[in-house]
Design a protein around this ligand. Structure first.
Ligand code: HMG
Length: 419
């Protein structure tokens, strides 16, 4: 069956908003936010950061449809880069026809650490602290009772010796929050008791962004026959995508770019939902190097008649806290997504990363990235060259005919168009 979102990008901006409003049952205030497209008021922006000067805009877009765990979602994306949204839409469409993405998330907890140094007898202190786990968990929970009332709280405490440090790790169920304030408050409350128990000194107590207790896996299975119109082309494409996946496992130069492509999608959704993209990037890159070598976060392999894609990464995504409640565009994003909870949002984000990666690899091993990317990049190039909105279409058409559509060429063509 043809999706109602097919050809979405060919509609006008107003039509796209109307379609989303109807299909995703957006609230009136979020419809107004999308239509009016205003920036954060000074009263809000001025309280969010220091030395505030104004606001800084980026394009707010949508991946119209992706299927995750049998559900259809429209996913908000904030990005400055042309072809990212097109590629994600393309990947989601091809993979959606093959059943979409299935995801798995075992638990969603955050980890924080208190690092102790100059501990007289580390082995003895390690054993003692571990024995006192229940007491320490209680101290942590008393420091942040509201998360306990919400059904979360400190769950586990582990202790490790690393070089000169005795490190105490606290594992906390933070429910729907990102958890930095919760963890940092708990960890600071543990410092003094840990100093007393270890007879050492605390260096710091801080949340870790290496969120290995919030791992998400997304997987898709695409019949190879769905990849191209003829069987030989489809088989050739699947084969090359599997080779591209292997390259990203063995060469860090390729792995970094492979993962950058994944983050084209992931970051765009993380920003649109008001989450902390630095935290997500830091955790995922640490995970990509977990065995000592930096590798691609996703893999593609052929199993029988199917191409199987899989990605696993830490995604401690929040639906409350931080700037999430302050930005009306973030409220519109959540409305578009169907007011998802944190685990569901993490599942969607991992799937967007995987379909973004699929589209990039498909382009790379066939036409090369330039043809699709440049097709969409030309509009930015035209604006960059100084074209007025009404001149952009003509300049893009002229740029398409040139062998090297760069800024210099765009400026010269614009001069010709105006003469
Ligand atoms: P195409 O085959 O020309 O697309 O690919 P199409 O015209 O046949 O359209 C197919 C579907 O793509 C459409 O379905 C849309 O979903 C979507 P429909 O709605 O018609 O049913 N689509 C669009 N959506 C929004 N706006 C558009 C648009 N065009 C198509 N204008 C496409 C064109 C760009 C999708 C393809 O060439 C592609 O996927 N290229 C990859 C582009 C990419 O990855 N860009 C990211 C920047 S490059 C980079 O940073 C990452 C990289 O280095 C990572 C790595 O190395 O791994 C590449």
């Amino acid at each position: 069956m043809m999706s109602m979102f097919s050809g979405f990008y060919k509609r006008s901006r107003q039509d796209r908003i109307t379609l989303l409003y109807k299909e995703r049952n957006l609230a009136e205030e979020n419809l107004a936010t999308l239509v009016e497209d205003t920036n954060l008021p000074e009263t809000v922006a001025g309280k969010m950061v220091e030395n505030h000067l104004g606001t800084f805009s980026l394009p707010f877009a949508v991946l119209p449809e992706i299927r995750v765990n049998g559900q259809s979602y429209s996913v908000p994306m904030v990005t400055e880069e042309p072809s990212v949204v097109a590629a994600a839409s393309f990947g989601a469409k091809i993979i959606g026809r093959s059943g979409g993405f299935e995801t798995y998330m075992n638990k969603r907890q955050m980890i924080g650490q208190v690092a102790l140094f100059e501990v007289e007898n580390v082995e003895k202190a390690q054993e003692f602290i571990q024995k006192e786990e229940a007491t320490l968990l209680q101290i942590a929970n008393q420091a942040y009772p509201s998360i306990v009332k919400r059904g979360g709280g400190a769950r586990q405490l582990t202790v490790e010796v690393k070089e000169a440090f005795l490190i105490v790790y606290l594992h906390v169920d933070v429910q729907e929050a990102m958890g930095a304030n919760i963890l940092n408050t708990m960890l600071e409350a543990l410092k003094q008791p840990l100093e007393a128990m270890s007879q050492g000194k605390t260096l710091m107590g801080i949340l870790s962004n290496y969120a290995t207790d919030s791992l998400v896996t997304s997987r898709c299975q695409v019949p190879i026959a769905n990849l191209a119109l003829n069987k030989a082309d489809a088989t050739h494409l699947a084969d090359k995508i599997a080779w591209a996946s292997l390259l990203a496992q063995v060469d860090p130069y390729r792995a970094a770019t492979h993962n950058k492509g994944i983050f084209n999608g992931i970051d765009a959704v993380v920003v649109a939902t008001g989450n902390d993209w630095r935290a997500i990037e830091a955790g995922a890159h640490a995970y990509a190097s977990r065995d000592g070598a930096y590798r691609g976060l996703s893999t593609w392999k052929i199993e029988g008649d199917n191409l199987i894609g899989e990605i696993t990464l830490p995604l401690p995504i929040a639906t409350v806290g931080g700037s999430i409640g302050l930005n009306p565009k973030v409220a519109a994003s959540f409305d578009m997504l169907g007011d998802v909870k944190a685990k569901e949002l993490a599942a969607i984000i991992a799937s967007v990363g995987l379909c973004q990666n699929f589209a990039a690899l498909r382009a790379l091993v066939t036409t090369g990235i330039q043809s699709g990317h440049m097709k969409l990049q030309l509009q930015s190039l035209a604006l960059h060259a100084g074209a007025r909105v009404e001149e952009v279409a003509d300049l893009v058409a002229a740029l398409r005919k040139t062998a090297h559509p760069n800024l210099q060429a765009a400026k010269e063509l614009l001069k010709d168009l105006r003469s």
